[in-house]
Design a protein around this ligand. Structure first.
Ligand code: NI
Length: 272
């Protein structure tokens, strides 16, 4: 019989895995805007997270209202998922805040950002790339998705549950691009009902793909330009990311990000 989500949650393994982060890695993050580490949690926690992850996607679980959707095509369109996403699973499943992945992500984020770990707030998302379907996730900056009325100190901690290779769609980065402003973005296909954003005209001559093993992690600054390839391998590529940030500070004058307003309107029109 298939295990229920509750049954999987009830058998969460206790893990006290402590990852390594050298001073060189911290310096590299600040200089280049991203780093990879080989391992962020234990084998058994990775296996448990994988079981939970699969059930959540099987059931198209919404952890928060509207929190399951496909990144690559208009909201509410029928058919198989191309690149489905579950937003903030930890809001509903508190066990996800008790993992070594959560704990270690926060600790390393505080060292990389140079801030107090207790001041960091986290929220997660799970992005699933099924084999041989879907497209790449285009070049973007994560901050381009966020409310422009605030200033952010933030990074993403991205962990694949399957090997992330160039073939299976690992992340790629433009080193040092986190030092610039948030660029103009638009919705993929110029359709505000598609969640994914694109930054046009990115010079990809210095782009670096960053393959990582299952259970490794990539930390990336909220302004770094990044993308991930399509999954051309024969197996699923599951990724789970937590965003770590200080309480955002309100800006005196908001920056204009019209694509956010367009996206909000399309989101409110869903299902009508
Ligand atoms: Ni991103």
């Amino acid at each position: 019989m298939t295990e229920t989500i509750e049954e999987i949650l009830a058998r969460r393994p206790e893990t006290d895995f402590t990852p390594m982060l050298s001073d060189e890695k911290v310096a590299e993050f600040r200089e280049r805007g991203f780093i990879a580490i080989e391992r962020i949690t234990s084998e058994e926690e990775i296996a448990w997270l994988g079981d939970l992850y699969d059930r959540l996607f099987d059931e198209r679980t919404q952890a928060v209202p509207g929190g399951y959707f496909d990144l690559l095509r208009p909201y509410d369109t029928p058919g198989d998922d191309l690149q489905p996403q579950i937003i903030a699973p930890e809001m509903r499943f508190k066990e996800l805040r008790r993992t070594a992945f959560w704990r270690n992500g926060r600790t390393l984020a505080s060292l990389l950002l140079g801030v107090d770990a207790a001041a960091l707030r986290g929220w997660g998302h799970m992005i699933r790339k099924p084999p041989l379907v879907g497209d790449s996730l285009p070049w973007h900056q994560d901050e381009a998705y966020w409310d422009p009325g605030f200033e952010y100190v933030a990074l993403g901690c991205w962990m694949p549950l399957d090997p992330a290779t160039v073939e299976s769609g690992c992340m790629s980065f433009i080193p040092r691009s986190h030092r610039g402003e948030v660029r103009v973005h638009r919705h993929l296909g110029d359709d505000p009902a598609v969640h994914a954003l694109v930054a046009d005209g990115v010079d990809t001559s210095t782009a670096e793909p960053v393959p990582v093993a299952a259970g490794g992690a990539v930390f990336h600054h909220c302004r770094i330009l990044h993308s991930s390839g399509s999954n051309r391998s024969a197996r699923v590529r599951r990724a789970y990311a937590n965003e770590w940030q200080l309480e955002p500070k309100a800006l005196a004058a908001a920056v204009s990000r019209p694509w956010i307003d367009e996206g909000k309107r399309a989101w409110e029109q869903r299902g009508r």
